[in-house]
Structure formats: structure tokens, C-alpha cells
Design a protein around this ligand. Sequence first.
Ligand code: OAD
Length: 241
Amino acid sequence: MIDISTNDRVFVLTGAGVSAESGLPTFRGAGGLWRGYRVEDVASPVAWARDPLMVWQFYSMRRKAHSEKYPNPAHYALAKLQEALGDRFFMCTQNVDKLHEEAGSRGVVHMHGRLFQSRCDTCARPPFEDANTYEDNVPRCACGGQIRPHICWFGETPYEMDAIERELRRCSVFMAVGTSGVVYPAAAFAAQARRSGGARTYYVGPEEPANRALFDECYLGLAGELLPRLFHWSQLGAVAV
Ligand code: OAD
């Protein structure tokens, strides 16, 4: 069990594993998303410059794969933890799906972007909601630029890093869920939380992550099974999930 006191501030980092039980494949597991696609062929500025239609076909496939996928008990447990802790809770996800929001989480920071948003690759027009699929043509902005997925590709800077770093400095509990710990900067967040605020660090997932050394404790198992019973809900003033 993870003890959370009334003084604690909790930072949660989620990865693809939190959505695995909802039927969305992880990146590096068996049946992972990149099989048949090399990552750099679809998720990099170089790929976009070389073959934007292929990039859109890939993200169109991912938009379609999201349909009829629903939050699982892990998403609901995290939404409930936020409800119990209020502004002492901060969640950052590497996932581009909407399942945290669909489970009721609010203010989730999507550091790698959002699958259902697009933006112009040329002008400063802000990202906009876009659930369309583009299989045959690359959409154009009124400015003449090309519309691209609002995703942080390899070699690009993740979004909202200022807010993330501020919260890493002030959290006292850091919990990572379902992330392999190989993609930076997220793989270094546990180290930052420990270093700056002396946070207690926990990992939840079926296997130890690559950055295991950064965690005080690992809870090995499926997030959807572990998270609902990892907290003393009654102490947090909440009813068990
Ligand atoms: P990975 O696919 O690298 O890792 C998924 C992790 O989830 C693994 O460690 C699994 O053990 C774990 N896992 C699988 N099933 C689980 C379950 N039911 N409950 C809990 N954990 C489970 O995915 P990420 O670490 O999220 O970036 O990958 C990080 C980034 O790499 C992604 O955001 C993406 C990718 O390239 C971009 O697209 C920019």
C-alpha cells in the first residue's frame, strides 16, 4: 500500500501500460504499435518532411484504433485519487489517448501531445480538435502550410515542461505507472523528484522498468488490478473504487 498523508503532494506519470488493459497496444511490448513500422519512419520531423502522407496514414490508423476503447480501473483509480487530493495531485501522461479524461481526470498534462488534435506545421495557429482521418491527402491550413498531428515527435521538445518541472520540484510522492523508463525526459522524472524534494518514488506495472534504480518500491502487476487497492481510500476520505 502507498501511504499518502495530508501534507503530501502527489505527482503521477503514466505511460502506455495504463491503457493496455483498455486494448491500446504498448510501444515496446509484444504486439507493440511499432511492429511493421520503424518509429523513425512515422514519428519524427524527418519522416514528416520526407513523406507526410505516410505519417498521416499512421496516425489515422491510431485514431481509428482508439474507437470503442474505454477507460479501465487504473484510469478510474487515478481520477478518484485526484478527486480525493484536489490540488495536491498532478498528473502528466506520455499517452496521446483520451482515456484519463474519459475516466474523469482533469487538467492532465499530455507531454507527448494529443492524438485527437492537429496543428499547422507553418503558422502559429493553436492546436485544434481534429478526429478526422487522412488516408489520401495531407490537409492544408489557410496559410498554405500542412496540417500535422499535435504529437511530440522524436527530436522535438515535450509540451508543458515548465509546469512539469515545477510540480516535480514540489511533490513528495512520485508514482510512475506503465512506462518502460527508456524514453527521456520522462525517464528522468523520478530522479528529479527525488533530488529536488526528496520525494518517495513508486512504480506500478507488470515488470521492472529500465530505470528501476530510481524507485523506492515497485509494485509488480497490472495497473488495473493494483491501483484500485494501492491506497487507503478511507484515510483519503474516499470510498474504495
Ligand atoms: P512502452 O511501450 O515503452 O512501455 C509500456 C510499459 O507498460 C512497459 O514497461 C510494460 O511492462 C507496461 N505495461 C504493460 N501492460 C501493463 C499494464 N496492464 N499495467 C501497467 N503497466 C503495463 O511505453 P511508454 O513507456 O509509455 O513517445 O513509452 C514512452 C514513449 O515512447 C511513448 O509516449 C511514445 C513512445 O515512443 C512518443 O510517441 C513521443
